[in-house]
Design a protein around this ligand. Structure first.
Ligand code: PNW
Length: 461
C-alpha cells in the first residue's frame, strides 16, 4: 500500500454541458455547444447534450450516488447561460437556485465542491454579438459573471477554477474547429488564448480584492497538457520536446508564473502573439493559488520542419504544428484507450516534475485524469481490469512524483458518470467511440448559419 500525504484530495469531475441536459429548461439561454451540436456533421452520430445524464433533473439522486460511493470531493462546472441567459445583464433565478441546491446537497453529504466557472459552454449571444473570446471586452463580461457566482455561491465554495483547458478552447475551438465554435484559423487561437488569460486575471483580481478575505477560498486555473518525450536523445529531439511543452502548457502557465509567454513562442510567432499590457501582466503574475492540471496521455516528439512532416496524426498535435516544427508519434508498444490516447503512466510523473521545476514548486492538483474504455456488464457488474490498471498506473506515478518532492495535493478522476463526450458524442454505456474526424470533414465547416437560426428561435442576437 502506498501512502499519500494527509489531507490529499481524492475526487471525481464533470462538466455542465456534458451531464446536465435541461438545455432550455427554466430560463436557460443557449450556449455555443447547443448550437454546435445541432449543426449537422459536427458530432459523431449526431449526439447532443440536450438530455445527456439529465443531471439537471436528477441532481439529488446523483449526489446520493456520490455519497454512497464515499466521495469526498466533487469538481463540476457552472453553465454561464443557465445563470445569465445572454451572458450579460439579467440573471436567471432558476439557474442560481439549481446550483444553490446542488451546493447545499453536497454540504449535507460532506462532499467538498470544486467549482469551475467556465468549461466551454459560452452563452451563444456572446458568440453572435461579440465574436466570443476574440473580443477583448469579454474580460469585463467574464468578470461580471464571476461576480454573480462569487456573490451567490462563494459562501459555500472554497475552491474556484476560472477556466477549464484554455488550450482546448483555443486550438480545438479556433484552429482545427473540432469543438465549438468550430472555427479554423491560424491566427485566432493566439488571440483567443490572450483574451482567456486576461479574463482569468480579471476574475482572480476581483475575487482577491472583494471576496477572498471574507469567504476564505482559493482560486486557480486548470490547464491540460500531455507529456512530450524526446523520440531520441539527440539535442534536436530534446529541444523539440521542450518546445512542444512550451507551446502546449507554457503558453498558458508562463504568463501566470513567469510573467510572459515563452520566449520560443515570441521568436516563432512574432506579432501573431499579442503583447500583454502592463496592467494585464500585473494581474496575471501569481494569479493561481494552485496549479490545476488535466493530464491524459504521452507522445514522442521529434524535430521536423512543417514541410517534412508525415501526415498529421489523428490524435492532435498539441498546438499549431506548423509553428513548432515538431513531429509527434506513438510507440507501437504503448496501449491506447478507445479515444486512441496512449497509456503511459511514467509520462505523468515526468510532466509533474517538469511543472515543479519550471514554475518553482507550486502546489499542483490533477483536476482530471482517466480513460475511455469499453467494458462489459457480466452478471450486472462492470469488469474493467484495463481501467483499474490505468488508474493504478497513473496514481502510482503521482505517488512517485510526490516521493521525488513534487507538491501534488489532489487527484480527480474523469469522470463521475458516463456523459456526452463533446465531438465524440455518445457512446455505449461505458465506452467511447473513437472520434470520426473523417465523416465530420465532409460536412460544412461554418456553423454561423445554424448559430443564427438557433439564436432567432431563442430570441437572442
Ligand atoms: C478534457 N486533447 O478534454 C475535458 O476537460 C473533458 O471535458 C473531457 O471529457 C475529457 O478531457 C476527455 O476528453 C480534452 O486533445 C480534450 O489533448 C482534448 C484534449 C485534452 C482534453
Amino acid at each position: 500500500m502506498k501512502q499519500f500525504p494527509e489531507g490529499f484530495t481524492w475526487g471525481t469531475a464533470t462538466a455542465s454541458y456534458q451531464i446536465e441536459g435541461g438545455w432550455n429548461a427554466e430560463g436557460k439561454g443557449p450556449s455555443i455547444w447547443d448550437a454546435f451540436t445541432q449543426t449537422p456533421g459536427k458530432i459523431t452520430e449526431g449526439g447532443t447534450g440536450e438530455v445527456t445524464c439529465d443531471h439537471y433533473h436528477l441532481m439529488e439522486a446523483d449526489v446520493k450516488l456520490m455519497a454512497d460511493m464515499g466521495l469526498k470531493a466533487y469538481r463540476f462546472s457552472l453553465s454561464w447561460s443557465r445563470i445569465m441567459p445572454t451572458g450579460r445583464g439579467g440573471v436567471n433565478p432558476a439557474g442560481i437556485a439549481f446550483y444553490s441546491r446542488l451546493l447545499d446537497e453536497l454540504a449535507k453529504h460532506d462532499i467538498t465542491p470544486w467549482v469551475t466557472l467556465y468549461h466551454w459552454d459560452l452563452p451563444l449571444a456572446l458568440q453572435l454579438e461579440l465574436d466570443g473570446w476574440l473580443n477583448p471586452v469579454m474580460a469585463d463580461h467574464f468578470r461580471d459573471y464571476a461576480r454573480v457566482c462569487f456573490e451567490n455561491f462563494g459562501d459555500r465554495v472554497q475552491h474556484w477554477i476560472t477556466f477549464n483547458e484554455p488550450w482546448v478552447i483555443a486550438i480545438m475551438g479556433h484552429n482545427n474547429g473540432i469543438m465549438a465554435p468550430g472555427r479554423q484559423s491560424v491566427t485566432e487561437p493566439y488571440l483567443v488564448a490572450h483574451q482567456l488569460l486576461r479574463s482569468h486575471g480579471q476574475a482572480v483580481d476581483l475575487y482577491r480584492r472583494e471576496f477572498q478575505s471574507a469567504q476564505g477560498g482559493q482560486i486557480g486555473i486548470t490547464n491540460n497538457c500531455d507529456w512530450r518525450e524526446p523520440k531520441t536523445d539527440s539535442p534536436a529531439d530534446q529541444a523539440a520536446a521542450q518546445r512542444a511543452l512550451e507551446f502546449f502548457l507554457g503558453w498558458f502557465a508562463d504568463p501566470i508564473y513567469l510573467g510572459d509567454y515563452p520566449a520560443v513562442m515570441r521568436e516563432r510567432l512574432g506579432d501573431r502573439l499579442p503583447e500583454f499590457s502592463h496592467e494585464d501582466r500585473r494581474l496575471l503574475l501569481g494569479s493561481s493559488d494552485f496549479f490545476g492540471l488535466n493530464h491524459y496521455s504521452t507522445l514522442y516528439a521529434e524535430e521536423k520542419s512543417a514541410a517534412e512532416m508525415d501526415q498529421q496524426s489523428p490524435y492532435g498535435n498539441g498546438g499549431i504544428s506548423e509553428d513548432q516544427d515538431v513531429q509527434l508519434s506513438m510507440d507501437p508498444s504503448w496501449q491506447v484507450t478507445s479515444m486512441q490516447w496512449s497509456v503511459v503512466p511514467w509520462g505523468c510523473a515526468k510532466l509533474l516534475q517538469w511543472i515543479d521545476q519550471r514554475y518553482g514548486h507550486p502546489p499542483i492538483v490533477i483536476t482530471e485524469n482517466g480513460c475511455a474504455l469499453e467494458d462489459e456488464l457480466i452478471d450486472g457488474e462492470v469488469h474493467d481490469p484495463a481501467r483499474a490498471k490505468f488508474i493504478t498506473g497513473y496514481v502510482s506515478a503521482c505517488h512517485d512524483a510526490i516521493q521525488q518532492g513534487v507538491d501534488l495535493r489532489g487527484y480527480f478522476v474523469w469522470t463521475l458518470m458516463d456523459n456526452f463526450e463533446w465531438a465524440c458524442g455518445f457512446t455505449k454505456r461505458f465506452g467511447l467511440h473513437y472520434t470520426d474526424y473523417e465523416t465530420r470533414k465532409r460536412y460544412p465547416k461554418d456553423s454561423a448559419r445554424v448559430f443564427a437560426e438557433i439564436a432567432t428561435r431563442n430570441g437572442v442576437g
